[in-house]
Design a protein around this ligand. Structure first.
Ligand code: DHE
Length: 506
């Protein structure tokens, strides 16, 4: 029993937290050496699942189990305490962010890669099981380095345009910079308290961090991770909003973000003077442009675009004229033309589409896009010229990630949940038929595919604590090797990411 709980009294979750948890997670619950314990960070970890983590701890981390120290009702009281929203929204502005910024004093930038492998074919494998990233030689699959990341990395790491540096973000808002040439961390900073994803500017100078908590977009200098700007995110009527996600729109020289709580998309200029961001208004009246920009101008000028409902998730066509977005509760998606700044079409997209995982390719001279659905076993294929539904491809369960590559005729689609979570579907990009289902480890979750630079190899995760990354030959779909890893999630090939290879995610 916790020393502070009086015998007979109902357990006091706050007091137990202070006694046993605050040293690692901090009195504020915003995280210290351990992650933040607030509803925004815990996400779906609640109730019995959360109590089980408190009782048993987390293997391979500093989190011990408290089953011997606390009774079941005390564990439940702590779980309730950390699941309750914070009484007051915490302040996390420039000063607080800057106070967390640390650059490694043992880092000296190499003048050339410190390894023999092709730096353009390096592939990173995120291992969420013990918060590490393995840096792989994309030809031999030798592990060049394995470095520690902040806890709970989410979303794709973002590379500098030359592929030398990579930036990684955790759900607790930590951004880490790593030098691939030197195989060394450069530094880290906490840009938000609960964050969604990051985006790199077209010129590699700025990194935008989309936050849920606080309601802000943080823009960092990629050079030294210092804060360039913290933009308060609120709708026209002043309602504060979480940022659903932010992406780079290289053709427009801007960041594009969707607001989760108000029906607006924002575009933020990453070009200080003019360029495509402003040229995008060519089809607008001057009055529309003034209205959208207000008094904003120059670097990080913000333009508001109204949409009919807040967007959870979105995707772009290759020239970044159109944004395809969806509210996951709704039945339809929308196409927003970013030049004219308004919705131009709707799409039939019921069943929680996961547009963040969408990919597109050319099929019979027309560009099509594919989107998985988070709650049903089908993939929507949409014609991006007239926005019609080409086909619904049936799979054996709800999928999370889709990937392909110019060097392969197939789309690799996983099934992330349910009895078929071990199946990877290969779909012909021309006929749109499932040509094969691979089950490399029956009963284990098999998810997320990345390709090597030339598309000849596919890397697939066995998404388990004692998991692996399996390397397949994409021509024969045969397994070539297995690299043991701790709950590997996403894999990211430098070349595919910096060239925006058709078939890769953002
Ligand atoms: Fe993700 C990417 C949103 C849950 C693993 N996920 C993304 C992106 C978005 C997103 C917007 C694109 C960001 C980017 O790469 O810049 N994810 C969401 C959700 O809204 C959702 C459903 C609920 C949530 O809790 O946020 C969600 N995601 C998950 C998971 O539960 C996953 C499977 C495990 C985890 O690590 O949290 C997960 N998401 C990923 C991964 C990517 C990702 C590995 C990058 C894929 C890529 O190929 O780029």
């Amino acid at each position: 029993m916790a020393c502070s709980a009086a015998a007979g009294a109902a357990p006091d979750g706050a007091m137990i937290f202070s006694d046993l948890c605050a040293a690692c997670h901090s009195e504020t619950r915003l995280g210290g050496t351990g992650p933040a314990l607030i509803p925004e960070s815990l996400g779906r970890l609640k109730g019995e699942k959360l109590q089980a983590v408190i009782a048993k701890g987390r293997p391979m981390t500093q989190m011990p189990g408290f089953a011997q120290t606390l009774s079941a009702s005390e564990i439940a009281a702590v779980a309730d305490y950390v699941s309750a929203p914070l009484a007051k929204a915490p302040v996390w502005g420039v000063a607080e962010i800057e106070a967390t910024r640390s650059l490694r004093d043992d880092y000296t930038p190499a003048t050339a890669p410190v390894f023999m492998a092709d730096p353009m074919n390096v592939t990173l494998a995120v291992e969420t099981g013990d918060s590490h990233i393995s840096v792989l030689d994309g030809d031999t699959f030798a592990v060049l380095d394995r470095f520690e990341t902040p806890f709970a990395v989410h979303g794709g790491p973002k590379f500098s345009p030359d592929g030398r540096y990579v930036f990684v973000m955790s759900r607790d808002g930590w951004v880490q910079k790593y030098d691939i040439w030197s195989l060394h961390e450069v530094g880290r900073v906490r840009a938000g308290l609960n964050s969604r994803n990051i985006a790199m500017s077209h010129d590699g100078k700025w990194l935008a961090v989309a936050n849920y908590l606080p309601r802000t977009l943080t823009i960092l200098s990629t050079d030294d991770l210092s804060v360039a700007k913290v933009i308060e995110v609120a709708g026209r009527d002043g309602t504060p909003s979480r940022v659903a996600a932010v992406y780079q729109a290289p053709e427009r020289q801007s960041f594009v973000l969707a607001l989760k709580d108000v029906p607006e998309i924002w575009e933020v200029a990453t070009n200080p003077v003019a360029g495509p961001f402003y040229d995008g208004f060519v089809h607008s009246h001057e009055a529309d442009m003034k209205e959208a920009l207000g008094t904003e101008e120059g670097l990080f000028a913000r333009r508001r675009i109204d949409v009919s409902a807040p967007l959870d998730d979105f995707f772009f066509d290759p020239d970044y004229r159109n944004l395809i977005g969806a509210n996951r509760e709704g039945e339809t998606g929308v196409v927003v033309n970013l030049d004219v700044g308004r919705e131009i079409a709707t799409l039939p997209l019921p069943g929680m589409p996961h547009l963040g995982s969408g990919i597109s390719w050319m099929r019979d001279g027309r560009r099509v896009m594919a989107v998985p659905h988070l709650n049903e076993g089908r993939i929507s294929i949409i014609d991006m010229t007239d926005w019609s539904l080409v086909k619904l491809v049936e799979t054996s369960g709800p999928g999370f990630f889709l990937r392909s590559h110019d060097g392969t005729p197939y789309l690799w689609a996983d099934v992330f949940t349910g009895p078929h979570k071990g199946e990877m579907h290969l779909i012909d990009k021309k006929t749109l038929e499932v040509i094969k289902v691979i089950t490399p480890e029956p009963g284990k979750t098999v998810a997320h595919t990345e390709f090597t630079k030339d598309g000849s190899r596919a890397l697939v995760s066995i998404w388990e604590d004692d998991g692996a990354v399996i390397v397949f030959d994409t021509k024969t779909q045969t397994e070539l090797m297995r690299l043991p890893m701790r709950k590997p999630s996403g894999k990211y090939n430098v070349w595919n990411k910096i060239t925006f290879e058709d078939g890769t995610s953002h």
